[in-house]
Design a protein around this ligand. Structure first.
Ligand SMILES: [Zn+2]
Length: 263
């Protein structure tokens, strides 16, 4: 299991999160438009930053994020009660680190809080990439995302993608997302790198902001390759043993470290 990364001070976390979010919002990447998507980073054991509702990614600064306390939000995630919009908003209000902050955190804040609890996860980025949603909305779901198609997809995006069926954004979806991610941790002994929600979009989990950018870029490239393969007669994936072998190879581990910038 990866060790938990050391958290940055809040100011640096805001800057790193804003840089990652603005980069993901560059129009040529075709990941989000208008107010789509949301991102988050852990500040410390008790708090995290999440994008404020209504902010677009493009050109966002550190002021576009709300600092929240984990505990009240994780309590919602862990209960099995129905949570209506009014209760969710009241919980968000009580979870703000600065009670005077009038901005509203993203409606998808609950799954960010849950995913930031997974081992080694310091940053989460949720986008609606056109290339991913071309497959998440197609009749070949879930087969379109099965397995791994080429070595770099396995190295950057991990051994498998967590797939989540459609639910309206809110607490029920967050419970499904975090539950599926926790089941992955049980299977693989590490947090998933990428999750896809049917008819909705992509979530990536990284040890830092830069890893979230790398996983998003590779997930989008892989989705384009998958779409091309499906259009050319069908998908051929690497078998599981090959994927496991790739991930265990010393030179691939070296590449993973190189990509992470800490060789
Ligand atoms: Zn979304």
């Amino acid at each position: 299991m990866s060790p938990s990364p050391q958290p940055l001070p809040e100011g640096q976390t805001r800057q790193a999160l804003a840089r990652m979010t603005a980069a993901l919002g560059e129009p040529h990447r075709d990941l989000v438009i208008l107010g789509e998507g949301n991102t988050s980073m852990r500040v410390d054991e008790e708090r995290f930053l999440v994008k404020a509702s209504g902010h677009g990614f493009q050109g966002i600064t550190g002021e576009g994020f709300v600092c929240m306390r984990f505990a009240p939000i994780l309590a919602l995630l862990d209960s099995d009660e129905d949570v209506d919009e009014a209760r969710l908003m009241a919980t968000y209000g009580s979870a703000k680190d600065d009670p005077e902050d009038s901005r509203r955190p993203s409606v998808e804040t609950v799954f960010h809080a849950g995913l930031l609890q997974l081992p080694g996860v310091q940053a989460v980025a949720h986008t609606h990439p056109t290339a991913i949603n071309a497959l998440s909305c197609c009749q070949q779901w879930p087969a379109a995302f099965q397995g791994r198609c080429f070595p770099d997809e396995a190295v950057v995006c991990g051994p498998e993608t967590v797939l989540v069926d459609y639910l309206d954004p809110g607490v029920a979806l967050a419970r499904a997302v975090v539950g599926a991610a926790e089941a992955y941790v049980q299977r693989h002994g590490q947090a998933p790198k990428m999750l896809v929600m049917r008819n909705h979009g992509l979530i990536v989990c990284g040890a830092d902001a830069a890893e979230c950018e790398r996983i998003t870029a590779m997930a989008v490239k892989a989705a384009r390759i998958r779409a091309g393969a499906l259009a050319s007669g069908g998908l051929t994936t690497l078998d599981e043993a090959t994927t496991a072998h790739l991930l265990a190879r010393p030179d691939e581990k070296y590449r993973q470290r190189q990509l992470a910038g800490n060789s």
